[in-house]
Design a protein around this ligand. Structure first.
Ligand code: HEC
Length: 170
């Protein structure tokens, strides 16, 4: 038994080198992934910060007059909106205090792009004024105002918000 025929021994050697080569490949790939992933996560963070800044500028230009500074809403007594005495809608808070964060990214995006489902609402769509990327930036700015807890809960409810190329997961 101890004297294996030559070709058997050869087959064993080949198998051993194959294993070694496989491990070598595995470590090389792991290293390459690490080298690419690290700078990418940094880039992603920088990109996100830039979108928050752009989004804030756009928010101030297009949304603040109704939804208030830092999205605190039009009326502190009615954070989730409602009706004014004249029958028009109160613009709700879009920060963590009200209802806005219960919507998925997709729903928030649609509301800003196409406006309220109620045609009498003063919340009109911004599709003629803002590109999709602009709308994503505004929403990313709004989400930067959310508390960590709300951001986490939103993530759990609707999925990760930071994975996509536009940094916004629809
Ligand atoms: C002329 C006033 C006005 C402007 C400007 C405006 N909104 Fe609104 N918005 C409203 C009102 C009023 C509502 C609530 C009534 C409704 O949903 O029909 C609303 C609702 C929303 C909602 C849904 C919130 C919820 O809790 O369901 C989002 C999101 C939103 N606005 C985002 C924006 C963003 C982003 C901008 C700027 C790009 C903007 N709005 C500009 C008045 C406005």
């Amino acid at each position: 038994m101890s004297n294996l025929p030559d070709n058997d021994q050869e087959a064993k050697d080949v198998a051993k080198y194959k294993k070694l080569a496989q491990w070598g490949m595995f470590f090389a790939i792991a290293l390459a992934v690490g080298l690419v992933a690290l700078p990418m996560s940094k880039m992603r963070r920088n990109n996100r910060n830039r979108m928050v800044e752009n989004g804030q500028v756009l928010y101030v230009q297009h949304c603040q007059k109704c939804h208030g500074e830092k999205a605190v809403g039009e009326d502190a007594a009615h954070l989730a909106g409602g009706l004014k005495p004249d029958g028009t809608f109160i613009a709700p808070a879009l920060d963590s205090t009200a209802h806005a964060w219960h919507h998925s990214n997709r729903e928030l995006f649609e509301t800003v792009k196409n406006g309220s489902l109620d045609p009498t609402s003063s919340m009109k769509g911004f599709k003629d004024q803002l590109s999709d990327e602009d709308i994503a930036a505004v929403l990313i700015y709004l989400q930067s105002l959310w508390t960590n807890e709300v951001r986490e809960r939103h993530k759990i409810m609707f999925g990760d918000t930071t994975r996509q190329s536009s940094e916004f997961n629809f």
